[in-house]
Design a protein around this ligand. Sequence first.
Ligand code: MV4
Length: 493
Amino acid sequence: MQKILVANRGEIALRVMRTAKEMGIKTVAVFSEADRNMPFVRYADEAVCIGPAPSSQSYLRADKIIQVAKETGADAIHPGYGFLSENASFSKAVADAGLIFIGPSARSIEMMGSKIAAKQAAKKFNVPMVPGTEDPIKDAAEAKTIASRIGYPILIKASAGGGGKGMRVVNNEEELEEQMRTAKSEAMSAFGDDAVFIEKYVGAPRHVEIQLVGDQHGNYVYLFERECSIQRRHQKLVEEAPSSCLTVDIRKAMGESAVAVARSCNYYGAGTVEFLVDENLNFYFLEMNTRLQVEHCVTEMITGIDLVKEQINVARGNKLSFSQDDLKINGHSLELRVCAEDPMNNFLPDTGKLEMYQPPKGPGVRVDDGYEQGQDIPIFYDPMIAKLVVHAATRDEAIDRLCRAIDEYHIKGIQTTLSFGKWAVRTEQFRSGNFDTKFIDKYFKPEYLVEENPEAEEIASLLAAEIWNSSKQKNVTATTSTIQVSNWKLRRR
Ligand code: MV4
């Protein structure tokens, strides 16, 4: 492999190219008209514009991307995450064009994309699953029989869904018929497939996922877990590794179950198996993500493994260069997704110009970002502009380090999730490790962020110090002193 085309944009395109460069592999960027001035376009050895800003006319154009790969003499394509990364036809089209898809086979993507097929395959390998069905439900009558066996509340899930799309909670038998009808028609219009299945609803679980890598010779390793319970509307905001809730034994059992899921579909490449964990630490297989994930960095920090390097290595047909026994958890890592969203206003996307952009630096801090100061955040794509990742010896130190890094991160011109992240990791619940997927619903209120105004805080502390000093030394009144400090503060700006 001499040259990789990266079929993605922003921070993940840069992330992939950096590893390619370290491995002596040339890179080709493809970009939309909106992304002409992005850092990933400049970083690549070659860059080709593939169309207008909307993804449907650029980053989702499989045909154009494969054509550019051929024209530039690339021999492999890395899809990143999102866009075409979990598109089985794309994986197949790349292979049919005589190129290497840096990811799993079309067959694995297809099998894991169907949640029913995934559950059927995993069941043969004795992977623990939430009580429910591994077959499509025909009608409301069949649903009623199953629901009364497993007990309410239940969830109706779309087989073609995933990541929270196409799920409906049913609390009692009266709601069942109506919810079945809606679930099926929604699944049909969203995915073109109305197959649904039923699971017992696990209330307030934790979301824990296992990273794994498999080669094309049937070897697998798991790279431990990521705790991803801090989510809002199925959008993760804070991730960490390891999880504070697992024991050594449960970690091993989950790792082995994840490898079993991968084996069940002859998986190769990097992949992630999602589990729900209940308050008694029972774990249940949910689904498998057949791509490199946004939050892969926390796994890299605690294992010292470059996951993109391993993806490239196994895509070339090489055997895994390490075994399970070589892997150990080293310290603790946290990631905060820095999104152009306003956490005080329902996390609405906030586009605009990055008037100021200064990322934090220093020991144990990694920032994977895709924009530079002065650039506009386009409305066409995902609002995530950067990932702030920290690593430290212990979880407590990692939290302190993340707080320090957030304080050093200066962004002006757009609202971001930095203030939310600082609130979240300083809560008692997060510090204690005792939280679940309902964390944000249960504890977050937008007004908690109002005081997170560094200038107001600075003025307040200057005032306090000045009043203290003045009253001691010069015996002047607080009122006079207040006016003086305010003037000084204004002049300084
Ligand atoms: C569940 C569940 C409770 N019980 N399945 C959401 C994403 C998709 N991967 C599966 N999801 C869930 N499946 C059963 N049987 C609760 C969720 C869920 C959830 C899971 C992980 C992280 C956040 C979540 C938020 C709401 C619901």
